[in-house]
Write a protein that binds this ligand. Structure first.
Ligand SMILES: NC(=O)c1ccc[n+]([C@@H]2O[C@H](COP(=O)([O-])OP(=O)(O)OC[C@H]3O[C@@H](n4cnc5c(N)ncnc54)[C@H](O)[C@@H]3O)[C@@H](O)[C@H]2O)c1
Ligand SMILES: [Zn+2]
Length: 429
């Protein structure tokens, strides 16, 4: 089923991005950059794993030269929860006031810094700002402080987006806060910080890049929506000429470097390409939006059974974000193929430039994805991370709650469609 034509089609798309510094050595200039903002007390936000590499302390140490007092908070929970965010906010409130924040880490650290920034500058509590229906979806009333985001993974693109993702523990659901003011003031991407990223994290986070690029590239075209009033505009506006450019380039970078970065973490060119791909895909999806694989990822991660992925903290079961997104991607793109066959074929060609178009073009992208996932040791479907056929109704319910994401899907999608995608994703190859 395709989408009905809007009575009054949208004619406007929007684009937002933070100031950006990219390249080896970029993270050595943060002290100088912050000094120009007139700040005196800075909180560096990270998790214990990243802290053990010494990178966050190195960033904090450059502040003294500019008369800036910097403290490292290493209490970020890997894949934040409402409880972990609340604890981080309370600690920052007690040790504050802070003039600026610097997040050094993956999406978990950057998202935690976004929540700290929001709730040390604005009244109320986390639930007031979390997306409806879980929270009240309130917009911040006060400006936030400067936030410099310094990614150490090559994945989420959180350094350029307006979102903070979290697991709400009592509801076993992943949701988030989404508002333009959450976007970092500055993104500092230094590929040298990603060399210590372990292979399992490189693989899962890299699948996140790939799905950001693919989902935004195949998202509903912006003119297929009803025209919005200015006050109704949201950061996600559907695929559009600018997001396409970022997504296509991200896919080309991945095609040459993803497997190498997983297998040879010290390959500087592969690491730099992955860092650039993550940034580019973030600038694309951060404006266009994502759809089915991300909507499915939320219940897959939220309803985790007893899976413990290699290279992640071992104390709790988890399906890391990028892995949870990847597990239903081949089947999701088999489903969306008919909405834009040319785009699906083009994406497969960008990812696998040496492969010929198969006789059944709908199989092209799912095959390219499954081959890649097998090569980088992503588990073989949702069955391989512990789900069974009997779990599918609950997973489907979880996906159907992600209406904000499903609204970007290029085809109308029903509960039965999602159930079929989950069932065919129990095992992928
Ligand atoms: N805000 C957004 O736009 C957005 C987009 C996608 C995902 N996310 C969220 O981001 C989180 C996932 O982030 P992620 O995939 O970047 O990973 P992460 O921040 O969860 O980190 C994963 C693991 O890698 C370790 N690690 C990170 N960098 C390292 C380095 N250089 N050296 C050694 N170890 C390192 C961490 O200690 C951690 O154990 C999820 O909560 C996800 O929902 C947010
Ligand atoms: Zn993602």
């Amino acid at each position: 089923m395709s989408l009905a034509s809007p009575a009054s089609p949208e004619s406007v798309f929007t684009y937002g991005a933070p100031q950006l510094k990219f390249g080896e050595g970029a993270s050595d200039e943060i002290g100088f950059d912050l000094s120009r903002l007139g700040v005196h007390r800075v909180l560096v936000v990270t998790d214990a794993g990243v802290a053990s590499t010494g990178l966050p302390q190195r960033v904090a140490d450059q502040m003294a030269k500019f008369d800036i007092e910097a403290h490292v908070f290493d209490g970020v929970h890997v894949e934040p929860t409402d409880v972990s965010l609340q604890a981080a906010i309370e600690e920052a409130r007690e040790s504050g006031p802070w003039d600026a924040f610097v997040a050094v880490g993956g999406g978990s650290s950057i998202d935690t810094a976004k929540a700290i920034n929001l709730l040390t500058t604005n009244p109320g509590e986390l639930m007031d700002y979390i997306n409806v229906p879980v929270g009240k979806g309130q917009a911040p009333s006060e400006p936030l402080k400067p936030l410099v985001a310094v990614p150490t993974t090559t994945g989420t693109g959180s350094e350029s987006t307006t979102i903070c993702v979290m697991d709400v523990l009592s509801l076993r659901v992943k949701t988030g806060i989404s508002h333009a003011r959450l976007r970092p003031t500055m993104a500092v991407i230094d590929p040298a910080l990603t060399f210590t990223q372990p292979p399992g994290v490189t693989a899962a986070a890299g699948m996140d890049i790939l799905c950001h690029a693919l989902e935004s590239y195949t998202a509903r075209w912006y003119t297929s929506y009803e025209r919005k009033q200015p006050q109704e505009r949201v950061p996600y506006c559907g695929s559009n000429p600018i997001s396409d450019m970022w997504s296509e380039k991200a896919m080309s970078l991945l095609s040459g470097s993803f497997r190498r970065a997983v297998r040879h973490g010290d390959d500087a060119q592969a690491r730099a390409d992955m860092a650039m791909a993550a940034t580019f895909a973030g600038m694309g999806f951060g404006n266009a939006g994502v759809h089915i694989p991300h909507a499915n990822a939320y219940p897959i991660a939220g309803q985790v059974k007893d899976f413990h992925p290699k290279d992640y903290p071992a104390d709790e079961p988890m399906v890391p974000h990028g892995m949870s997104v990847a597990l239903t991607a081949p089947e999701a793109f088999r489903f969306t193929f008919e909405a834009s066959p040319d785009r699906h074929v083009r994406a497969a060609q960008l990812l696998a430039p040496n492969a010929g178009v198969p006789s059944e073009p709908a199989e092209f992208l799912p095959t390219v994805l499954a081959d890649l996932m097998r090569d980088i040791y992503i588990p073989n479907g949702i069955g391989a991370v512990g789900f069974e056929e009997g779990d599918i109704p609950d997973l489907v319910q979880g996906t159907m709650k992600q209406q904000r994401l499903l609204a970007t899907c290029p085809r109308e999608v029903t509960e039965d469609d999602i159930a079929g995608i989950f069932t065919r994703s129990l095992s992928l190859w």
